[in-house]
Ligand binder design. Structure first.
Ligand code: C2E
Ligand code: CA
Ligand code: CA
Length: 570
């Protein structure tokens, strides 16, 4: 094709090239490539290569990336080279080749070729810049897609009605700081990246497949297809990740607490918080649950929003006016049937109605109000004990529940001792029940508090043992006095003696004994369970089979009876 003949097509092709190049977001690279291909044909070019170097040093070392290319496969020779150094010192080099049998360019053609090369360089330079800006905007310091990229995705897919039938999955990696401590921060980063990449691969690359982003720290958000949800949850429940490329058998198990919202088919999108508002309570519930790591959204969570507000607004006055009462649930020796202690459990009397802890404790635990309630309970238990002692009653040890929320309180120990001493109660009559902890930071606090209580002669028990994060480290490294086996560990009557639960129960009790811990079974409801405790030498029990939690008045009578029986047996 001669210079004159190409003259007809060139302006049109050039125009097309300029249009695709200057198209606003997103510039489709394919569109630009097609336009360049057309120009190459018109210009009788056999091959064109554009190379991008981060700086001149990389150019000298020939370490660059080929960013735009064309090659019709014919044997060819270089006919033009153009080099450009941008304002940020990146280097873009364009090489153009012509087939050996192709006649030379005319002057006009050469000028045009240089114009096209210049345009390509400008395009490459701009799109590199665009990529850097994108990286800074949509990725975090460690190169994970960030919340902004999640929001952009939600906006795009939501507006297109494409979020319907997807699932929003928020998750938090469990004890990741412990992982960091075990294998080092560098290896920890590698593990997090490869855990992330594995999940991203599972979710899929296409926009319709979903997205995975890091919100910060060890918190992540994802949108996934519902067909893939099971596989994704399986992955999050626990996946072994290698942390050393050379020794791939060195692995750590990574798992997460997960909140899930299945976006319904009739979902109406307004803004990203439509989905966020639904999934936030699920991840909170999952993080505070000791029973499960995965919580699915259900309508009740929204109703609970009203409940949260109601409880939070009524609480301060209820505490002042004494609407909270201490109920006592006896702990009994299964061999002698004697009263061995009691647990103080809170009841809220409001408008003539009794509200049980499960309806308000989780709400109070969302903030710090629970701490005020716990101190109130401890104070009232101490007052009761003092009164009983003053009345000459023989008193048993009373346990009081303390929420994990207290662990942040550096003065917790002094506060507890201050309340007990203010009421002039012997330390040996108080026991503090604490639940297992989730993070290693909490673990250290827990250890400090329990050891301090121990030194002060106040007993501690590990509550709800068997659900959640039961770990031997927790038992071994913290000087507990009592292990309270959760009722979910207690086998049901119909269970075979060699059922998994039976065997586990047996070992937990034996292990507690081995470690010199008192062991008590919670939630004992049947005579058969009592027999089972006896058979396994677990002497203490608490549960409806013996007594339900009762008002202080009723419990006093039990103390009285115990005293009478003791006197009779003397
Ligand atoms: P928890 O510490 O595990 O307390 C035992 C719960 O099991 C009590 O429920 C008790 O009534 C119930 N229970 C006892 N025996 C049986 C049985 O044989 N069968 C069944 N099904 N249940 C039995 P409650 O009083 O509703 O308390 C629920 C939870 O609320 C407690 O669980 C504890 O975690 C929390 N809680 C109660 N009072 C306080 C408090 O003053 N402070 C704090 N932080 N938490 C409290
Ligand atoms: Ca308890
Ligand atoms: Ca318990």
């Amino acid at each position: 094709m001669s210079g004159k003949a190409q003259g007809d097509r060139f302006p049109i092709a050039m125009e097309r090239f300029l249009q695709t190049m200057s198209a606003l977001d997103p510039v489709t690279e394919q569109g630009v490539k097609d336009a360049i291909l057309e120009l190459c044909e018109i210009m009788r070019v056999a091959k064109a290569v554009t190379c991008f170097y981060d700086n001149e040093m990389f150019e000298q070392l020939n370490e660059g990336r080929s960013v735009v290319g064309y090659d019709n496969g014919k044997p060819c020779r270089v006919v033009a080279t153009q080099r450009m150094v941008t304002s940020i010192m990146t280097v873009i080099v364009c090489d153009v080749y012509m087939a050996y049998d192709e006649p030379e360019w005319s002057e006009e053609e050469r000028a045009r070729a240089h114009l096209v090369m210049k345009m390509i360089q400008t395009f490459v330079s701009r799109s590199r810049l665009q990529k850097v800006v994108d990286r800074l905007t949509y990725r975090d310091d460690e190169d994970y897609p960030n919340t902004r990229s999640y929001l952009r995705y939600m906006e795009r897919m939501g507006r297109a009605g494409k979020l319907r039938g997807m699932a929003a999955v928020h998750f938090n990696l469990k004890h990741f700081s412990l992982v960091n401590r075990q294998i080092g921060r560098g290896a920890g980063d590698i593990v997090m990246h490869s855990f992330f990449n594995g999940l991203a691969l599972l979710i899929g690359e296409a926009e319709e497949d979903g997205i995975l982003c890091r919100q910060g720290g060890d918190n992540f958000v994802a949108i996934v297809r519902q067909e893939k949800l099971d596989a994704v949850l399986n992955y999050l429940k626990g996946t072994a990740i290698a942390y050393d490329a050379l020794h791939t058998e060195e692995r750590v198990q990574i798992c997460a607490t997960v909140g899930v919202y299945r976006i319904p088919q009739d979902f109406q999108y307004n803004n990203p918080s439509d989905v966020m508002d639904k999934v936030m309570p699920t991840i909170q519930a999952a993080r505070s649950s000791t029973v499960t790591d995965v919580v699915f959204y259900d309508e009740k969570m929204i109703i609970s929003k009203e409940k949260v507000m109601r409880v939070q607004s009524l609480f301060p006055r209820a505490l002042e006016t004494g609407e909270f009462q201490v109920f006592y649930q006896p702990k009994v020796s299964v061999t002698t049937g004697r009263l061995a202690g009691a647990e103080a459990l809170c009841r809220w009397f409001h408008d003539g109605e009794m509200i049980c802890p499960d309806d308000f404790i989780p709400v109070l635990e969302q903030g710090m109000e629970i701490c005020r309630l716990d101190f109130y309970m401890l104070d009232h238990v101490c007052r009761d004990i003092r009164r009983w002692l003053d009345e000459g009653k023989k008193v048993v040890r009373i346990s009081v529940n303390l929420s994990r929320k207290h662990m942040m309180d550096y003065n917790l120990l002094q506060r507890i001792i201050e309340i007990v001493d203010r009421n002039n109660v012997p330390h040996g009559l108080i026991e503090i029940e604490l639940t297992e902890t989730t993070t290693d930071v909490e673990f250290l606090d827990l250890k400090r508090v329990v050891s301090g209580l121990q030194r002060a002669g106040i007993c501690t028990s590990i509550d709800d043992f068997g659900i959640g994060y039961s770990s031997l480290t927790l038992l071994k490294e913290i000087p507990w006095n009592v292990l309270k086996v959760d009722r979910s560990f207690l086998p049901e009557d119909s269970e075979a003696p060699d059922s998994r639960r039976n065997v586990m129960f047996k070992y937990v009790v034996a292990m507690a004994r081995e470690m010199g811990l008192e062991c008590i079974s919670e939630g004992v409801e049947t005579a058969a369970q009592v027999e089972m405790l006896k058979a396994n030498s677990c002497d203490l029990a608490q549960g409806y089979f013996f007594d339900r939690p009762m008002p202080a008045k009723d419990f006093e009578q039990l103390l009285q009876q115990m005293q009478m029986r003791n006197q009779e047996s003397l």
